[in-house]
Ligand binder design. Structure first.
Ligand code: BG6
Length: 490
C-alpha cells in the first residue's frame, strides 16, 4: 500500500524528544519507504530558525545517531533533510505571524493527513489547539498527538482533555505512552492470548505475586526544571508502569481492535484498590538518590546534578525512586500483590515483569522452589521460565532451578524498530489501539492522586539511597514484610 501524503507538525520540534527520538524514528521510517514522497515534517518552536538553520541543526545533532554510510545512504539522508521545515511560534504570546506563516505552508494541502504532535509541556496543549483552530488549520483529516505527562493530577488532566476535546474529536486524539510501542510490550499480548498454556494458570490460584520493575542507570542531569515537579510517580508509574500492569492483568479482549483492548485495560485500572491516607505509608515507598558509583563511575546526588537552575524546596521533596504494592480487586487477582518499582541511578538498566508462581501443593523433593516467568522488556529482550530440574547424578535427588529461555535477538534477525517508529506510523494510519483513551488516562490519575496528596502533605522527605544501589531500605521492607524479595538481575 502506498503511504498517504502527510504534514507532520511537531510543536517543540527542536527539543530533546524531537532530536533524540522523533526525528531518528522518522528517518528510519523514511528509509523503510513508509513516508510518501510529499510528506513534510514541520517543526514549530520559539527558536527563530529558518528551514536551512533547522536542517543544519538536525544534520549536526541527529545524523550521528542514525545509519548514514555510503553514497546511497547519503542520498536518503539528504532527501529526509529536504522534508524538514521550521516555523517560529510562541503559544504564550499573541503574535499571529507564526500562525500565518504555518497557514501559508499548509494552504492547498488540506487533503493530506495533518498531524499536530505536541512534544511540549502539558499546559501548552489547550492553548496550542485553540490557536491552531483559530488560525483555521484544523482540518477534518487532522489528528493531534499528546506527549506524556498528561497533566499533573486528575483535575489538570481532565481540564486538558476538555480543552483539547473542545477542538478535536476523541478519535482524532492520540495520547502517547511510548512503552506501548515497544516490541516486547506488544509481545506480552501475543504471549498471553496466542498461546493456550498460560491462560488457565494466569490467576490467583497459581500466581503468588507479580513484580514490575523499570530500573534505569541514568540520572536527571539538566532535567531539573521538569523533574522537580514530576518525580518518578508522575514520570513513570502513572503511565508506563500502570500500562504494563494493565497488559499483565487484563482479561482476554474479544478482538484485537482499538476499543476492545482499551476497554479491558480500563477495567483493570478501575479495579485497582485505592491507596489513600494512612495506608500510603504502608504500601508505598519513595526515595531520592545521593552521590554514589553507578556503572563504575562516581556520580553526584540528585540535588547536585549539573543544571542551569539551582535546587529548590521542590528538589528536596521530589522522588527519583518509587515502589508501590498494588492490588487488582477482581475475581482473577484477589489477594495477589502487584509490586511496582522504578528508579533512576539503579545499579543496572532493566525493565522486566516477573510473574512468581506458587509452590507446588505438595512437594516430594527437598529443595523445590516455585516457578517464575520473567518477561524482559529491555535490554536483551526475552522470556524466561524458571523450572525445577533434577541435577544429574546417582546420589540423592537434587533439584536445581533452570531457565527455559527465549532470546529475541537469537530468535529473530533484523533490526528491532524503536517504539516511536511504530507509534508514529500508527498515528499516520489513524490507528489508536496503542494510545491511551481519555477514560484510561483519567482512571490512572484517579488511583495515583491520593498517593500524591499524601506524599505532598508529609513533612518527611524521600528516603535517600546512594546512586548505584537498588533503592532505599523501605523498598525491601515493602516486599520483605510478607516474606518476599525483589527479583534482581540474574
Ligand atoms: C520517559 C521518562 O517517559 O521514559 C524518562 O520521561 C525515562 O524519565 C524514559 O527515562 C524511559 O524510557 P525508555 O524507553 O528508555 O525505557
Amino acid at each position: 500500500e502506498t503511504p498517504h501524503p502527510a504534514d507532520l507538525i511537531v510543536f517543540g520540534g527542536t527539543g530533546d524528544l524531537s532530536m533524540r527520538k522523533l526525528l531518528p524514528a522518522l528517518y528510519h521510517c523514511d528509509r523503510d519507504g513508509l513516508l510518501a514522497r510529499e510528506t513534510r515534517i514541520i517543526a514549530l518552536s520559539r527558536g527563530g530558525l529558518d528551514d536551512a538553520d533547522f536542517r543544519g541543526k538536525v544534520d549536526a545533532q541527529v545524523r550521528g545517531s542514525v545509519p548514514v554510510d555510503g553514497p546511497a545512504e547519503q542520498e536518503l539522508w539528504q532527501r529526509f533533510l529536504a522534508r524538514l521545515h521550521h516555523v517560529t511560534i510562541d503559544v504564550t504570546g499573541e503574535d499571529p505571524t507564526g500562525w500565518t506563516r504555518l497557514g501559508e505552508l499548509l494552504a492547498g494541502h488540506e487533503e493530506r493527513d495533518r498531524v499536530f504532535y505536541l512534544a511540549s509541556p502539558p499546559m501548552t496543549f489547550g492553548p496550542f489547539c485553540r490557536q491552531a483552530h483559530r488560525a483555521g488549520l484544523v482540518t477534518p483529516a487532522s489528528r493531534v498527538v499528546l506527549e506524556k505527562p498528561l497533566g499533573r493530577d486528575l483535575a489538570s488532566a481532565q481540564a486538558i482533555n476538555d480543552e483539547v476535546g473542545a477542538i478535536f474529536h476523541e478519535r482524532q486524539i492520540f495520547r502517547i505512552d511510548h512503552y506501548l510501542g515497544k516490541e516486547t510490550v506488544q509481545n506480552l499480548l501475543v504471549l498471553r492470548f496466542a498461546n493456550a498454556f498460560l491462560e488457565p494458570i494466569w490467576n490467583s490460584l497459581w500466581i503468588d505475586h507479580v513484580q514490575i520493575t523499570v530500573a534505569e542507570t541514568v540520572g536527571t542531569p539538566g532535567r531539573r526544571g521538569y523533574y522537580d515537579h514530576a518525580g518518578a510517580l508522575r514520570d513513570m508509574v502513572q503511565n508506563h508502569l500502570l500500562q504494563l500492569l494493565c497488559l499483565v492483568a487484563m482479561e482476554a479482549p474479544a478482538r484485537n481492535d482499538r476499543e476492545s483492548i482499551r476497554d479491558e485495560k480500563v477495567k483493570v485500572l478501575q479495579a485497582l484498590r485505592p491507596i489513600a491516607g494512612s495506608e500510603v505509608d504502608r504500601f508505598t515507598v519513595r526515595g531520592q538518590y545521593t552521590a554514589g558509583v553507578c556503572g563504575g563511575v562516581p556520580v553526584p546526588g540528585y540535588l547536585d546534578e549539573p543544571d542551569s537552575k539551582p535546587p529548590t524546596e521542590a528538589s528536596h521533596r521530589v522522588e527519583t525512586f518509587a515502589a508501590i504494592r498494588a492490588e487488582v480487586k477482581n475475581w482473577r487477582w484477589a489477594g495477589v500483590p502487584f509490586y511496582l518499582r522504578t528508579g533512576k541511578r539503579m545499579p543496572y538498566r532493566c525493565s522486566e515483569i516477573v510473574v512468581q508462581f506458587k509452590d507446588v501443593p505438595h512437594s516430594i523433593f527437598p529443595g523445590s522452589a516455585p516457578n517464575r516467568l520473567v518477561l524482559r522488556l529491555q535490554p536483551s529482550e526475552g522470556i524466561r521460565l524458571h523450572i525445577m530440574a533434577k541435577e544429574p547424578g546417582a546420589g540423592e535427588v537434587a533439584l536445581k532451578p533452570v531457565p527455559l529461555s527465549l532470546s529475541f535477538a537469537d530468535t529473530f534477525t533484523g533490526r528491532v524498530p524503536d517504539a516511536y517508529e511504530r507509534l508514529l506510523m500508527d498515528v499516520l494510519a489513524g490507528n489508536p489501539t496503542l494510545f491511551m483513551r481519555r477514560d484510561e488516562v483519567e482512571a490512572a490519575w484517579r488511583w495515583i492522586d491520593p498517593i500524591l496528596t499524601e506524599w505532598e502533605s508529609q513533612s518527611m522527605l524521600p528516603e535517600p539511597y546512594p546512586a548505584g544501589t537498588p533503592g532505599p531500605a523501605g523498598a525491601h521492607e515493602l516486599v520483605g514484610r510478607s516474606g518476599r524479595t525483589w527479583h534482581d538481575e540474574d
